[in-house]
Design a protein around this ligand. Structure first.
Ligand code: SF4
Ligand SMILES: [Zn+2]
Length: 323
């Protein structure tokens, strides 16, 4: 790990590095899409994602850019069900849905509790609903929402990294013990959890980034999660761009994502996915990015390790990892 920075990385500094938010309409989700995902039963199913527009997350994690599409104040009651209704109309026939709200579903200033019942009603014909939450906001409210739902509730939690020093610098305001306790609470209450894991957060070299992503998958499964999603870390939120300029952060390479996904699937401990969004950002080679992305997508869907894509860029990457 690099020498830690002299910067005082705290809420104030992280927020001071930001640019402007995007204009959003509180009456509509800021995005929605349907993608294929391997379900817990092993089938491959269309899964909707609704990116809900709501109040900004109260945490200020170093690497987070989700604040860009949020409001400054809480949205009125009934707004979130209206947003869900709006998006569901555009994705008929799906039975699995992710409600991602750029923060924590169980943050009452983001999703008013009085809306839970209507949300549950809208989702009564679904099989699975996945929401996201900071581990520290896992509590009885999750059980209250679960009890209103017909579909199974799964909750995605940001582990980020099992490296305790880096986790502290990320300003997540969470310890590894907090994560384990939250997953334990959910498991005890028969709610499945999944972990978001960062590939190469700041202050790690490429090889350390791979090492800690793999240890984070181990840690998440040992804690009891059912699924892990590995996310290569990007710049673009101001703070990360500053660390890139100072040499404390470099974006990971697509080869490293491939290696970590192979590791995770090879464990046979649960589903492991790689985030395949915009992987051109993580490749210096024009020749193989499309093929590598296709391989990662197929590995995500089938949870099998397919033969590697061979390309002249492999040699450069091997020497970078050795450095
Ligand atoms: S808890 Fe999640 S949404 Fe909130 S700042 Fe951290 S990464 Fe972003
Ligand atoms: Zn290549």
């Amino acid at each position: 790990m690099n020498e830690k920075t002299n910067l005082l990385i705290n809420d104030k500094w992280i927020v001071s590095q930001r640019g402007n938010k995007n204009p959003v309409d509180a009456l509509k989700p800021y995005g929605w899409l349907v993608e294929k995902e391997r379900t817990i039963s092993g089938s491959i199913a269309d899964t909707g994602i609704i990116f809900l527009t709501n109040r900004e997350c109260p945490f200020h994690c170093l690497m987070c850019d989700l604040w860009k599409n949020t409001t400054d104040i809480s949205v009125a009651a009934s707004t979130i069900p209206d947003q869900i209704r709006y998006a569901l109309d555009k994705m008929p026939g799906i039975r699995h849905i992710k409600l991602y709200n750029s923060g924590s579903f169980f943050d009452p200033r983001a999703i008013p509790e009085e809306d839970y019942e209507e949300i549950a009603y809208l989702l009564e014909n679904f099989q699975t609903v996945i929401v996201e939450s900071h581990p520290k906001l896992i509590n009885e409210k999750c059980l209250k929402f679960r009890d209103m739902l017909c579909p199974d509730l799964h909750i995605a939690l940001g582990l980020e990294t099992a490296n305790p020093d880096v986790l502290e610098i990320l300003n997540k305001q969470m310890t590894l013990d907090d994560f384990t306790k939250s997953v334990g609470f959910l498991t005890k209450n028969e709610i499945k959890s999944r972990a978001f894991i960062l590939l190469r957060p700041p202050f790690l070299s490429e090889s350390e980034g791979i090492y800690w992503a793999e240890r984070s998958i181990d840690f998440a499964f040992n804690s009891g999660v059912e699924c892990c999603t590995v996310i290569p870390v990007r710049a673009g939120n101001g703070a990360m761009d500053h660390l890139k300029m100072s040499g404390d952060f470099n974006m990971p390479d697509i080869h490293s994502l491939e290696k970590v996904l192979e590791y995770g699937i090879g464990l046979n401990a649960g589903r492991v996915f790689a985030d395949t969004w915009d992987l051109g950002l993580f490749s210096k080679c024009q020749k193989c990015t499309v093929k590598r992305t296709e391989r990662l997508v197929e590995m995500n869907l089938n949870q099998k390790i397919y033969p590697r894509v061979e390309c002249s860029c492999d040699r450069d990457q091997r020497s970078e990892i050795r450095e």
